[in-house]
Design a binder for this molecule. Sequence first.
Ligand code: DOR
Length: 429
Amino acid sequence: MPDAGVVIRGGTVIDELGARRADVLIRDAHVVAVANGIEETSASRVLDAGGCAVAPGLVDLHAHLREPGREEAETVWSGARSAAVGGYTAVVAMPNTDPAIDSAAVVRHVLGLGAMAVCDVRVAGAITVGRAGERLAPLAEMAALGVRLFTDDGSGVQDARLMRRALEYASDLGVVLAQHCEDDALAAGGHMHEGEWSSRLGIPGAPAEAEEVMVARDLALARLTSARIHFLHLSTAGSLSLVGAAKSEGLPVSGEVAPHHFTLTDADVAGYDTRFKVNPPLRPRSDVEAVKEGLRSGVVDAIATDHAPHALEAKEVPFAEAPPGMLGLETALALALTELDLALDRILALMSWQPARIAGLTGEHGGPVTEGGPANLCVIDPEARWVVEPTRMASLSRNTPYGGRKVTGRVRHTVLRGEPVVIDGELQR
Ligand code: DOR
């Protein structure tokens, strides 16, 4: 049967080329027309976009989808649904699963699980076997399956010599290493940011320097090897200043920040609520301001969610025993729109086309909304006010610290390969 198509009507298209009022006609998974007054046929579906932005779908560089191994917290299927609700058409699944995504077999398995999902699921491969930091994982066999990002996220690669080898190898393969910057020895025993609040609360802290020494070391290694490196969830003023200086010097580095690092501070830990436990930890106000400044100045290339679902039982334990991590996919865009003093097109750059480039997804995600382009789109109502309700989330987990928070800006529709997978905020499958 010929595809009668989908018409997105009455919105403002916003992409890297700028903003213009236009309807968008989609057919056979592609954008076939971007123009005013597109006529729908009786058979075509119409998505209302009045007052909305029609944009390339969001791209998340950093989502923990937990499969294989922790399916009670999230699955590839449920994580993709959570992503679609959040406006994402592509997510990069982190490899700290059980088993870790450190071989072609596990990459194939996760990509297979993602094939039918409502979001394009890509994977990051581990840098070292089992993420144990001892031996390089078979990066080439994973790269041959299309893996473009490699990370031991959850931990940083502690051994500088191994990291150097990994950078050299990655550079030859044309892939990018993404580092979780945390010096294990310096961070040992810490459960929150070390500072005034950790002292007051009697919770052992890890200093900002545990992150910063690894950022500094890896910048030195990037200089040594000329390899590209991407810094995950940067959270301190010191880290951002190091990355800013490296960029000025011309090093091929990029960096992301997570929404919780521009919306929450270490003072939020005061209730010992484990939903506020995350790694890197929530930081003092001065770091939050530095993260916001990094987003304004361009030192930061992407907002990534670090979506980290955990089952209720896992988080219902004393603070020191709880695993770090919080949900992110369904609140990231609204938090950015609400909390950042940035125009929508800047936020879209940080959440769509810039991360698409870092993940090597250009051509499929994040590109301009033009004739012939792939129909991976989201429609955003920037004025919609809503309250975060954890029980209504598509994620299997509920560990968000934002329950009850009032936010402005909501994803109305998400279109994946021409299929409306979210219409008026409702998942279609
Ligand atoms: O808070 C975090 N949670 N930080 C990490 O690095 C890992 C993640 C997880 O997997 O739960």
